[in-house]
Design a protein around this ligand. Structure first.
Ligand code: GDP
Length: 361
């Protein structure tokens, strides 16, 4: 499954946040694919629709989609030069599909900052510089063979142009993700290089309570990383939340003036930047959110449930979540009102689709 790698300088609250995430863990029994390793956390994608559906179809079993986080220890200045943990660190990032960068904004004199002062912008630059330097190294290493392949007409000039463009962007101290968002380069054009800064980024600012309430500060920090997504959370508070039962946690959130936890926000945004979306099934056996890539067609989505469903795909009976709830889950009513759609092979799955696939075995 796709993973999000958590990176950041030492002492910014990564472990605190990761441990809170893993306490939020879903039951592994539902996820045979997720061999849970100590540095891997499989987190449920928060989805308030599932309990409502479960109520309507009278089932106890609810299976959410999940987001997988990997804690990548130890970025330091010089990581790109392969010092110490550097190589292992970079190898771990290469394996992740998206990068979650944790940045310290909270002030606490008892907790040493590696650079001597709390400066989120500076910290982001430190980390991104290491990733950018490593990507430049990748390009430097690839260039001699690419030049040769170009002379031998094994690659197109347009590919070489894209590689040179990527090099320029990196040399200017920018990530490919950012430049791609600005429309300056297509990620697909340099996909073969597997550059780290071409992965989607989320920034998590670990803030204290005062900062969390300071909209001006948050807007400023968010603008500094835009168009990448920024999330603001208090890692210590999130850790405390996960120690509570659901009712108490909800109360503590409400007392803090928050609608959902920072970890839930992180799971949601992470799922989205991985390019994933869900569709739903709702039956007596279980209510379930299935994860698919955005843009999947109905047969591809069917294949996520079972490969036989894809092979023998006939059609998909689909009702939207809103229509399902409006009809209180009555299929008779849904059909009567013409809200049940029959979709074929070319149908692209939409968020909120509740599906029953018809297939030949
Ligand atoms: P890591 O090195 O990035 O994994 O950071 P840790 O999670 O180990 O946190 C470093 C120290 O900062 C620990 O003593 C934490 O208890 C503390 N810490 C983490 N998050 C917060 C926070 O939001 N506020 C405060 N005041 N301290 C925190």
């Amino acid at each position: 499954s796709l993973t999000i790698g958590i990176v950041g300088l030492p002492n910014v609250g990564k472990s605190t946040m990761f441990n809170a995430l893993t306490r939020n863990n879903v039951l592994a029994e539902n996820y045979p694919f997720a061999t849970i390793e100590p540095n891997t956390g499989v987190v449920p994608l928060p989805d308030g629709r599932l309990p409502i559906l479960a109520d309507l179809v009278h089932t106890e079993k609810v299976v959410p989609a999940t987001v997988t986080f990997v804690d990548i220890a130890g970025i330091v200045k010089g990581a790109s030069e392969g010092e110490g943990l550097g190589n292992k660190f970079l190898a771990n990032i290469r394996e992740a599909d998206a990068i979650c960068e944790v940045v310290r904004a909270f002030e606490d004199d008892d907790i040493v900052h590696v650079n001597g002062k709390v400066d989120p912008t500076d910290d982001i630059e430190t980390i991104n510089t290491e990733l950018i330097l490593a990507d430049l190294q990748t390009i430097e290493n690839a260039l001699p063979k690419l030049e040769k392949d170009l002379r031998g007409k094994k690659i197109e000039q347009s590919y070489m142009d894209a590689v040179k463009k990527a090099k320029e962007i990196l040399e200017a101290g920018r990530t490919i993700d950012e430049a791609a968002s600005a429309g300056e380069i297509g990620k697909a054009d340099v996909y073969d290089l597997h550059l780290m800064t071409a992965k989607p980024f989320i920034y998590v600012f670990n803030v204290d309570d005062n900062e969390l309430a300071n909209d001006e500060l948050k807007a400023k920090l968010a603008a500094g990383v835009a168009p990448a997504k920024a999330i603001f959370l208090n890692a210590q508070f999130e850790a405390d939340l996960t120690e509570l039962d659901e009712a108490d946690a909800r109360e503590m959130l409400a007392d803090a003036g928050l609608e959902e936890s920072g970890l839930d926000q992180l799971a949601r945004v992470g799922f989205d930047i991985l390019g994933l979306q869900t569709f739903l099934t709702a039956g007596e056996k279980e209510v379930r959110a299935w994860q698919i890539h955005k843009g999947y067609t109905a047969p591809q989505a069917a294949g996520v449930i079972h490969t036989d469903f894809e092979r023998g795909f006939i059609k998909a009976d689909i009702v939207s979540y809103d229509d399902f709830v409006a009809a209180e889950g009555s299929m008779a009513k849904i059909k009567e009102e013409g809200k049940l759609r029959q979709e074929g092979r070319d149908y692209v799955m939409q968020p909120g689709d509740i599906v029953e696939f018809k297939f030949n075995v």
